[in-house]
Design a protein around this ligand. Structure first.
Ligand SMILES: [Zn+2]
Length: 206
């Protein structure tokens, strides 16, 4: 997890959610492989997913994504316009990249993104300024990786805990990875929830 830093003092950058509820948060990035099987899996099991996909990828699978929005309440957040590592860019460049991501997601999905996830996990103080300027209410990192069905915690422990933010990608292995997450969650009495239900978007322009 190169580039990942501890949460900023104002909690604008988070890698987990402080909550007393027995919930975990599934976030899925990138959107390049959204198969019919994956779509059916998410729909049939009503998996609540916070999606961080590029506008281009959302547009390519527009019909499937829009159906998932209607059927499962999937939300579409900001992962930049072109998947650049924003921490190596100027403030103005970051702002342009992030605001363009908002605009294009809005054009495809007719919803305003609320959160930002930097590609590669790299961010700096300018990223916070830029994301705020673009009207986003949080930078959302993660504390658990689960691609391929192996649960890897940033803190080195095993299993899942309430408030965890789990990172997955739209790969053909997503259904089997989600099987592992669901099994582990139910073993510990945890259910999956949407980030927006726990981190309400702030009212600001974007
Ligand atoms: Zn990505």
């Amino acid at each position: 997890m190169a580039g990942v830093r501890a949460a900023a003092p104002d909690d604008y950058v988070i890698d987990h959610v402080e909550t007393k509820d027995p919930v975990i948060f599934v976030t899925v990035d990138d959107g390049s492989h959204l198969s019919r099987e994956t779509t059916q899996y998410i729909r049939n099991l009503r998996v609540p997913i916070t999606t961080f996909a590029l506008p281009e990828q959302v547009n390519r699978h527009r019909r499937r994504f829009v159906n998932l929005l209607r059927q499962t309440g999937m939300t579409f957040e900001n992962h930049t316009q072109t998947h650049r590592t924003v921490s190596s860019m100027s403030y103005a460049g970051q702002r342009a990249e992030i605001c363009a991501g908002n605009r294009e997601i809005r054009e495809v999905i007719r919803r305003q993104p609320a959160f930002f996830r930097p590609p590669g996990g790299g961010w700096n103080d300018d990223t916070i300024r830029a994301a705020k300027k673009c009207g986003l209410s949080r930078i959302v990192m993660w504390n658990v990786l689960a691609d391929g069905g192996t649960i890897v915690r940033a803190d080195g422990d095993s299993g899942l805990r309430r408030g965890d933010i789990i990172l997955l990608h739209y790969l053909d292995s997503l259904p089997s990875s989600l099987d592992v997450v669901r099994r582990e969650a139910s073993k510990r009495g945890l259910r999956m929830a949407l980030l927006r239900d726990y981190l309400p978007p702030t009212q600001s322009a974007g």
